[in-house]
Design a binder for this molecule. Structure first.
Ligand code: GLN
Length: 542
């Protein structure tokens, strides 16, 4: 039976609970333990797939095709452990399962209640699909005190009892706000939040106090005293300059040590060489590159979380700092002088997106990248727009469009209603629900010999994660290849275009999948390594 660490958050949201969980996971790995990270989300959506990116941030897709919370992206980036469907659940999913069982009559006439039926379903989820993990880190979304998190807190309280202290630990992440006029860090909100936790029967074992400054010794003691936590288990969680400093910082503050102490495990030093190397690279760039990202969810940068990180990883590999210039595609669409908005971009990236709004601005950016020989990477919607750009501006198919925007005469991009995954056929219709019905998760892609894609990946066959409903129409292959847009990656059955690229350009590539989801700081994704390298070359030319 693994050991369980339950991570809750108090005082306010956006404390970096997900990052803290991810960093702790990586520290336990550095001590030789096998970890698994899970997120329990209290909202009522069945999954975040239908939520607006500007409200909820990015939807992180797993290999097995689950649309999950973006925290799972942090978990993967810090630990390299690929998340699964069974690593993220919401109140909506728990309830829909409980209600389906009730309709089937599985409860044999019982009255269905939050306790025990909903809490049991949560507990079953936490304990399910585990093999030989040493630790399962289970983060509870939201903030202690929210009405909707109560069933989750009750479930982990019960699990704490069922498993016992030797197999469970409660880590509470809180905030110490800094009051400038008093020049003081305040402990009261933390005390209140711990009281709130205690009122539902949970006594935290460790407190991770997020703060802009070091917490004075005497404050740490005070927090421990008022919150009934040993003072050494009150951890100083200072803001970090880079998220990749967090594992080392929390280690220095004793977070992993306290976990080991709690579980009575050896206290020898972990092997942090991977993070030391990453920290050195973060601290010592030898230059910088400017990347223009032309998207439409730029009002909330969390909507492009994995993308921003993958670009940073590409920078780490190439020893450059990557400056991200987020450009609203609608603004570019209307601009008389788009170059002014693109500024000193060394490369242009058009990320994933949904819907027609802003698409013309993205196409405009792609024309500029093509004509000015600026390195270009188009992701998912970005690849679809690159195809429309070539069709309209080079192949003379002026009516080229995507059926995502409505009926069109030349459907260069169309709704895919049938495709294969391994040996299985998947089908969809335009009447399907929106939730969970896209082409989701990992699919194989075959690369053509001698292509840029094949040289970047260094292999002939790759697996990448998808999340889209529309596909480039293979029937237009010849028309596009004749104007230099080569189809260099296809689904193994040759039906679905996965990668397009230009050979008359230093770096112009569009991919139907989301490579950013698989990039890690210790293993930057080949496409981002290549893209940043091309941007670096470009920056030295001008
Ligand atoms: N809207 C497009 C589709 O559904 C692209 C989606 C995306 O960029 N993830 O096919």
């Amino acid at each position: 039976m693994p050991r369980f660490i339950f991570i809750t958050g108090g005082v306010v949201s956006s404390l970096g609970k997900g990052l803290a969980s991810a960093a702790l996971g990586s520290l336990l790995q550095a001590r030789g333990y096998k970890v698994r990270l899970r997120k329990l989300d209290p909202y009522l959506n069945v999954d975040p797939g239908t939520m607006s990116p500007t409200q909820h941030g990015e939807v992180f897709v797993t290999d097995d095709g689950a649309e999950t919370d973006l925290d799972l992206g942090h978990y993967e980036r810090f630990t390299g452990v690929h998340a699964k469907k069974s690593d993220n659940v919401t109140t909506g999913k728990i309830y829909s399962d409980v209600l389906a069982k009730e309709r089937r009559g599985d409860y044999l006439g019982a009255t269905i209640q939050v306790i025990p039926h909903v809490t049991n379903a949560i507990k079953d989820f936490v304990l399910s699909d585990l093999t030989d993990e040493d630790f399962v880190l289970c983060e509870i979304g939201g903030t202690v005190g929210d009405i909707e998190s109560l069933p989750f807190l009750e479930a982990i309280r019960q699990l704490g009892n069922d498993l016992g202290r030797s197999k469970s630990c409660f880590l509470h992440v809180t905030l110490l706000p800094y009051i400038a006029v008093a020049d003081e860090l305040k402990t009261k909100p933390t005390q209140h939040s711990v009281k709130e936790l205690q009122s539902v029967g949970i006594q935290p074992d460790i407190l991770l106090c997020r703060t802009p400054f070091d917490i004075p010794e005497e404050q740490l003691r005070k927090i421990g005293l008022f919150c009934n936590v040993r003072p050494e288990a009150v951890i100083n969680g200072r803001d970090a300059k880079s998220i990749y400093h967090v594992p080392m910082m929390y280690h220095k503050e004793g977070l992993d040590m306290e976990i080991c102490r709690h579980f009575d495990l050896p206290l020898n030093a972990p092997d942090l060489s991977v993070w030391e190397k990453i920290n050195t690279a973060v601290e010592n760039p030898e230059g910088e590159v400017n990347i223009a990202i032309v998207g439409k969810y730029v009002s909330l940068l969390d909507s492009y979380k994995s993308l921003a990180e993958a670009l940073v990883h590409g920078g780490l590999h190439n020893h450059v700092k990557v400056n991200l210039n987020w450009i609203d595609s609608e603004e570019l669409e209307q601009a008389e002088d788009p170059m002014h908005i693109l500024g000193n971009a060394d490369a242009i990236l058009v990320p994933g997106g949904f819907g027609e709004r802003g698409s013309e601005g993205k196409i405009k950016a792609i024309t500029i990248a093509r004509e000015k020989q600026l390195p270009f990477l188009g992701i998912c919607f970005g690849m679809q727009m690159a195809v429309l750009e070539a069709a309209r501006n080079m192949a003379g198919i002026t009516k080229a469009g995507s059926t995502e925007f409505g009926e069109c005469e030349e459907p260069l991009v169309g709704l895919m209603t049938e495709w294969t995954r391994g040996n299985e056929r998947e089908t969809r219709s335009n009447q399907d629900d929106l939730g969970g019905t896209m082409r989701l998760g990992s699919y194989d892609c075959a690369l053509s010999d001698g292509s840029l894609a094949a040289s970047l990946y260094g292999e002939a066959s790759i697996q990448e994660r998808h999340r889209h409903r529309y596909e480039v129409n293979i029937n237009y292959r010849d028309a596009l290849e004749n104007v230099g847009l080569k189809f260099s990656g296809l689904s193994p059955d040759g039906v679905l275009p996965e990668i397009v690229e230009r050979q008359d350009h230093p770096f112009f590539i569009g991919v139907q999948f989301h490579p950013e989801l698989k990039s890690k700081p210790f293993d930057p994704h080949p496409l981002f390594r290549g893209f940043i390298e091309a941007a670096k070359t470009r920056s030295r030319l001008v």
